[in-house]
Design a binder for this molecule. Structure first.
Ligand code: SF4
Length: 221
């Protein structure tokens, strides 16, 4: 316990000791003058059993709530806590909330990450947060199956999106195919729709550049 207490404050605000600390002891003994006569400890599961049952997801429960991951997250430090809509925001919120609330309500949380890895690097108890974010993305967006590890597994699954990403992966794996697709994209960029879902409600439509980077480099040399 003392090492964790020291880690908590130093990772949170840099203090040497915490401003308060609760220690729950048992009922007072016959020869003790102080303390409760009875102690009732109520443990709320809140999805923790689900996290504990899986070897990888179990690491989420190591969290000591220091907040270091939040303070170093480039996403959280810009958008703030309320944008997450959950009690726990930031990197730790993204990996613990899916257990507490189910993936139906939190399926997109793990995608609000650039996977820069800052959270995993600063976490004093070495929770592999980026790996867990990848795992939760997989749980949310893979096809629903009969024996899910998590409540709401496959909540974000879409056969169309899965095919689109498979196609994207195939293009990026093959330099030749990538060359053809980017060539077509640059020549036929005018075919891009002017309305692109929620993206264009606040932004200009995405359009491939008229000239590819590789063509510009060729021209230069
Ligand atoms: S995940 Fe790690 S860095 Fe984030 S609050 Fe928990 S212990 Fe601190």
């Amino acid at each position: 316990m003392p090492p964790l207490l020291s880690l908590l404050t130093r990772s949170a605000t840099g203090q040497n000791i915490s401003t308060y600390f609760n220690m729950i002891s048992g009922p007072r003994k016959a020869d003790e003058k102080d303390g409760p006569t009875e102690v009732h400890l109520v443990l709320l599961d809140n999805g923790r059993t689900q996290a504990y049952a899986d070897e990888q997801l179990r690491k989420t429960l190591q969290c000591i709530r220091c907040g270091a991951c939040m303070n170093h997250c480039p996403v959280y430090t810009r958008i703030g806590g309320h944008a997450y809509g959950t009690t726990y925001p930031g990197p730790i919120g993204k990996i613990i909330s899916p257990h507490m609330l189910g993936l139906e309500a939190t399926k997109t949380m793990a995608t609000a990450s650039s996977l820069c890895g800052a959270c995993g690097e600063v976490c004093p108890v070495k929770i592999p947060i980026p790996d867990l974010l990848m795992r939760l993305r997989e749980e949310s967006f893979s096809a629903p199956h009969a024996n899910p590890t998590m409540v709401g597994q496959g909540a974000g699954y879409s056969a169309l999106m899965t095919s689109v990403w498979k196609g994207w992966a195939a293009v990026y794996r093959s330099p030749a195919l990538y060359g053809v697709v980017t060539w077509l994209g640059s020549r036929f960029s005018w075919l891009m729709p002017s309305k692109q879902g929620p993206w264009t409600s606040v932004r200009v439509p995405l359009k491939p550049a008229p000239k590819r980077l590789r063509d510009m480099l060729k021209e230069r040399h």
